[in-house]
Structures are given as C-alpha cells and as structure tokens.
Design a protein around this ligand. Structure first.
Ligand code: NAD
Length: 286
C-alpha cells in the first residue's frame, strides 16, 4: 500500500494560523510585536530565496522583520558589529544570520556573538548545551519541524528504532536528541558509517539529512517506516529532490515527506515559532 504523504505545507499553515493568534494576543496584552532580523551577507541566489521566504512567512503571522543586506565584501568585524547592534535593539527578538557567509566571515564566531535569548536558529552553544542537558529553549528549527511532522502522523515514538542519516550540528545531532527525548532509540549514520544499509533497514523512523540526492531507495527501507526527508538537492535539470528516492520509497514506507513541500516549510514555521517564543520571554522579563 502506498505511504501516507506528510504534507509539510499544510502543517506549516496550521502552525502559522496558531502563531497569528498568539502574536495578536502578545500585541494586545503586552504591547509587544515580535521582531526578527535577518542578516544576509553577499549575493548567493539560494540564500536570497530562503531569506525572502522567511520574510514573507513572518508577514503572514504579524511578525515584524528587518532585512539587513551586507555586501559580499563585508568584513568579519562589520558583521559582528551588526550582530552586537541587534543584540541591543529592544524591537528585535530574533536574530538570524543566513549561512553560509563569505569566507572572510567566521560563522562560528558570529553565531557565538548572538545573544542566546535572541538565538532563534538555536545554533548558539548555550542553546545546544541546554538541549543536550534536557532543558531546551531555542531548539534548531529543522529538527523541531521534523518532530511536529512525526507528531502529525499519530505514530507512537516510544521504544522505536530511529535512524538519522547525517551528523551536522543543525540537523543530525539535535534530531537524535529530540527523538531520544521521545523515547526512541536513535542511531546516527554518517559518511564513515559501515554498512549503513543494515542500520536503515531496522529504522521504524528514518530521518535523511545527508545532502546526497536520492541515496536512500525503497528497497533499503523497513516496510511501514515513517520516512522524513530533510535533504534538498538541486539536480542538473534544475529540479529539487531529497535524499530519498521518493517514488520507490513511497511504495514501502508507512508515511513519507515529499521534497519540496515537506520539511522545508516546517523549518520556516518553527523559525516563526522560536521568534514568538523569544518575544514572549522578553515581555515576561520587562
Ligand atoms: P551537512 O553537509 O552539514 O551534513 C551532512 C551530513 O551527512 C554529514 O554529517 C555527513 O557525515 C553525512 N553524509 C554525507 N554523505 C553521506 C553518505 N554518503 N552517507 C551517510 N552520511 C553522509 O548538511 P546539513 O546542513 O545537515 O544538511 C543536510 C541536507 O539537509 C542538505 O541537503 C541540506 O540542504 C538539507 N537541509 C534542509 C533543510 C530544510 O529545511 N529542509 C534544513 C537544513 C538542511
């Protein structure tokens, strides 16, 4: 039987609708309008599209946005100065520096300079440390979005084998933690994993986040598994595909996300959610 398609666009829309109500309430109760600043350094076309989508999504729920464009030649110090200014700005509750930045800018140092209270990407070591120690505050948007999608399937997570392909700080590692907190048994596969096929074949929950086009095919998947495809890969013909071969996988999986229209919209929805949360926290502290 063909898999249930997990519709990221529809789930993201319902998240936005809930957030729009929360934003209205925050405005009327505390006089606070959430504000997100997005810093884009350089002219990368894909980054420009991501940034535009983030601004549009913010507008839909009533979050103010500030678009900070810096030239591709901007120095590391100039980007740091922007971050420091935004840290001090009371109208800004979330700061996002679109990565990657040009090579003269040290991404790690930039992330570390963001006030953890405004770290809506959840990449700051304090945010990561809090997640690791079971006191999550700002959780990275993509793995959070994946958890919301899993929740939407109604599948019981406790006791399940979860396999995550990819061990990045922004997806694979936090994803494993979030799944563990829901009582899954996570396994992280990566580029040096021996016999990855064997691990994947045991997965009740499979999260693919390697950035390798269509590397996971239907014959590798456990029948009935929930398959979440985080990968976004552009093929030579311009089309976008995930890390999973959707056509063969959907014949075996119990539920599966498409690319595009799966995890991508949920990542943005969780960015909005983190921004609203940061604004609420700031309102509580005033
Ligand atoms: P990354 O390059 O930082 O990490 C990729 C990981 O995959 C690494 O840990 C590496 O060990 C592993 N890997 C690479 N080749 C592998 C192989 N052949 N077998 C097993 N593991 C392998 O990437 P990332 O930032 O974590 O992103 C991963 C993918 O997810 C990319 O396609 C990216 O575009 C996409 N992404 C999508 C969203 C979204 O919103 N949908 C968000 C973030 C990233």
């Amino acid at each position: 039987m063909a898999a249930e398609i997990i519709d990221g666009k529809a789930i993201a829309k319902s998240v936005r609708e809930e957030l729009a109500v929360e934003v209205e309430q925050l405005k009327s109760d505390a006089g606070v309008t959430p504000g997100l600043a997005v810093v884009l350094v350089g002219e990368d076309p894909a980054s420009k599209v991501y940034v535009r989508n983030k601004h549009r999504a913010c507008e839909r729920v009533g979050i103010n946005t500030r678009d900070i464009r810096m030239s591709a030649e901007a120095s590391h110090e100039e980007v740091m100065e922007q971050v420091h200014n935004l840290n001090e700005d009371p109208d800004i509750h979330g700061i996002l520096v679109q990565l990657p930045t040009p090579e003269q800018v040290d991404d790690e140092e930039i992330i570390n300079a963001i006030d953890p209270a405004k770290d809506v990407d959840g990449f700051h070591p304090i945010s990561m440390g809090k997640l690791l120690t079971g006191q999550p505050e700002m959780v990275p948007c993509t793995p959070r979005g994946v958890m919301r999608m899993l929740e939407s399937t109604g599948v019981e997570l406790s006791g399940k084998e979860a396999v995550i392909v990819g061990r990045s700080n922004i997806v694979g590692k936090p994803q494993a933690l979030l799944l563990m907190y829901e009582h899954c048994t996570p396994t992280i596969c990566h580029s040096r994993t021996r016999d990855m096929t064997e691990h994947i074949s045991r997965a009740d929950i499979l999260v693919a986040a390697a950035g390798m086009p269509q590397m996971i095919t239907g014959d590798m998947i456990k029948p009935g598994a929930v398959v979440i495809d985080v990968g976004i890969n552009r093929l030579d013909d311009g089309s976008l595909v995930g890390d999973v071969d959707f056509d063969s996988a959907k014949e075996v999986a119990g539920a599966i996300t498409p690319v595009p229209g799966g995890v991508g919209p949920m990542t943005i929805a969780m960015l909005l959610d983190n921004t609203v949360r940061a604004a609420k926290n700031s309102a509580c502290c005033c």
